[in-house]
Ligand binder design. Sequence first.
Ligand code: SF4
Length: 349
Amino acid sequence: MYKPNDITYPLISWYKSNKRDLPWRYDFNHKNSPYKILVSEFMLQQTTVTTVLNYYDRFIRRWPSISDLSNATEDEILEMWSGLGYYSRGINLLKTAKIIKRDFSNKIPKTIDELKILPGIGDYISSAIVSIAFNLPSKAVDTNIQRVITRYFQLDFTNTAKNRNWVQDIVELLTSHASPREVIQGLMDLGSALCTSKLPKCEHCPLKSGCTSYKNGKFEFALVKRKKIIPQRYGHVYLVERSDGAYLLDKRPENGPLAKTYQFPTTEWTDKKLKSDYFKKNKNMNIIGTFNHKFSHFSLELKVIRIKNLPADLSNIIVTENAIWRKPNQLQKLGLSSLMRKASKYIEV
Ligand code: SF4
């Protein structure tokens, strides 16, 4: 039977001298620290630390507190989020800031139940905020933590849901016995630096004396992922140019991929290629390229159609009521998604 201290003592001591230097970890006593943890956790969903570092500082400089953020507009957030992907995170973060201002007097709630009612906050983010921002016990388990604990106890990892429950229970116990903030961040950093997915560097690991995988020389860890068949979708994107050099853009719908971001008008994205004969007959419309983009749940192939003098029949283009015209040098301000940045590269063609 293990004692929590067998893990927490060596872990925290290793963490104190090896922790990653991350900007949201400075000065946990500052009143804005919980806000910084909130922002970082929203950004870190599905995104690496290295990528987040390119956005985080700019975001915090622009909106240094929850109250500043609550006064931002969706367009401003999307502009800042441009290229970070999963844009609904940015929109949910703004909604959350507004609710915290309205219902919690600009103070980030401290309990999992209160946090989980906020947009974009689920089991993991609420637990991470509670432990990292407020130093309270939780079941915060990210991939790094799951890998370290699974290996340490050589847990069965073939059933992902069961494995997660076991790991969560262990993490809750560990964070009830020592500084939750240091336990959680220590496990995260250990998983990132030493207990890596391919070749763990056990010789340098502070937990090796109690680690079952190390004792048995077995380090496999691959949570069973069902082989995903990524569906392919197709569509057209229209670069519609006005005589003054401005291009037509509209906003994507409230829900679905890239919700509420600006785009050059597109057709629907369907599982069958659209016919292109129409463009061959119409002298105002030219196919100038095709590009691919991967979303988490499907791949998209978009044919790029340039339209110089608008023909009357644009019925297959979906243009919402938020349509606007912008010149190429104004596009950056709109916070285009990576998909639309790819399309914008055809403007110079
Ligand atoms: S000893 Fe090796 S397998 Fe065990 S926790 Fe440390 S790095 Fe991971």
